[in-house]
Design a protein around this ligand. Structure first.
Ligand SMILES: [Zn+2]
Ligand SMILES: [Zn+2]
Length: 318
């Protein structure tokens, strides 16, 4: 399957500012030499060698990750603001234009994980069926509640698609579009679930955002290590730096250092840093990734773990 990241920001959607764009342009001009501008090829080469924070941006939309299965079915994890662009992309691919279906998995219902639903065009099209899966039995009530007229102009019943709700628990797994899906509760204010997706070929993708693992929780982490063990791709909450995580106990998020420790212990193949803090600009995100890679080479120099930072538009194949 293909895993696409449409929203990677935590807590609050965060647009890039005019000043930040100007700063990127300034850096590019300072770095360029006359030879870099001699031909289109030279320019392309120059751009591709720039740090990601200078040539691109990690993105400001909140949690939304698409799984496109091998037989082109669509599963979406969380409906943060990134979902709006995904709706348009699905329709441009000829999907969800009526008489089509897809599935959602909701980790929890904090704003940054549900606010995109009302801006997802396929939800308004009669004939489309949306399957909503969650370990929270009351997820329908929660989604309805964000669409009361004091908060939004339309009600949940005015979304024209067919909505089907499926509840499952940590002790069972569900099969959705050929993927076996299981769940594990994680520490987060109000509760949250991580979901594990297993393909028929045995490869696994785990989504674990809005999850607090800190030094105190590392003592009884055994059941989580079992759950993460051998994952091919693990998306993990790394909202804070290690220093911040020491001050923000019980805020419900983890750091890249803790995530790296867990990924090493769990023999994970690829760790994706995720749920970036709204206060982190692109420079800081480059740095967070660099520090995580350095930390990994210090702690486990021979371990094959790869670490990447999620950005809007990142595509991973499994
Ligand atoms: Zn969140
Ligand atoms: Zn949350």
């Amino acid at each position: 399957m293909i895993i696409r990241f449409w929203g990677v920001r935590g807590s609050l959607a965060t647009a890039i500012t005019a000043r930040q764009v100007e700063e990127k342009i300034r850096k590019v001009l300072e770095l360029a030499t006359p030879a870099d501008l001699l031909s289109k090829e030279a320019i392309n080469n120059f751009i591709s060698n720039l740090p990601f924070s200078v040539r691109g941006t990690y993105g400001g939309n909140t949690t939304c990750v698409e799984l496109q299965t091998n037989d082109n079915r669509t599963i979406v994890i969380d409906a943060g603001t990134g979902l709006r662009a995904l709706g348009n992309a699905l329709m441009a691919r000829g999907k969800m234009k009526g008489h089509d279906e897809m599935a959602f998995f909701f980790t929890h219902s904090h704003w940054d994980h549900i606010q995109g639903l009302m801006f997802f065009v396929p939800v308004f099209i009669p004939g489309n069926t949306l399957h909503f899966y969650s370990c929270f039995a009351d997820i329908e009530a929660r989604l309805r509640y964000q669409m009361v007229t004091t908060h939004f102009p339309l009600t949940f019943d005015e979304l024209g698609c067919t909505k089907v709700f499926h509840h499952f628990t940590e002790t069972e797994s569900v099969e959705v579009y050929g993927l076996q899906v299981s769940a594990k509760s994680v520490r987060h204010p109000g509760g949250c679930y991580s979901y594990k997706f297993r393909q028929p070929n045995g490869k696994t993708f785990i989504f674990c955002s809005d999850a607090e693992f800190n030094l105190a929780t590392m003592d009884d982490i055994g059941p989580y290590i079992d759950y993460f063990f051998g994952a091919d791709i693990l998306v993990f909450d790394t909202q804070y730096t290690f220093e911040e995580s020491l001050q923000k106990i019980d805020w419900g998020h983890s750091s890249a250092a803790i995530a790296t420790d867990i990924a090493i212990r769990s023999e994970v193949k690829k760790l994706v840093l995720y749920h970036h803090d709204p206060s982190y600009d692109d420079d800081k995100m480059d740095n967070v990734l660099l520090q995580a890679i350095k930390y990994k080479s210090m702690m486990a120099p021979r371990h094959p773990l790869q670490i990447v930072a999620a950005y809007e538009g990142l595509e991973l194949e499994l």
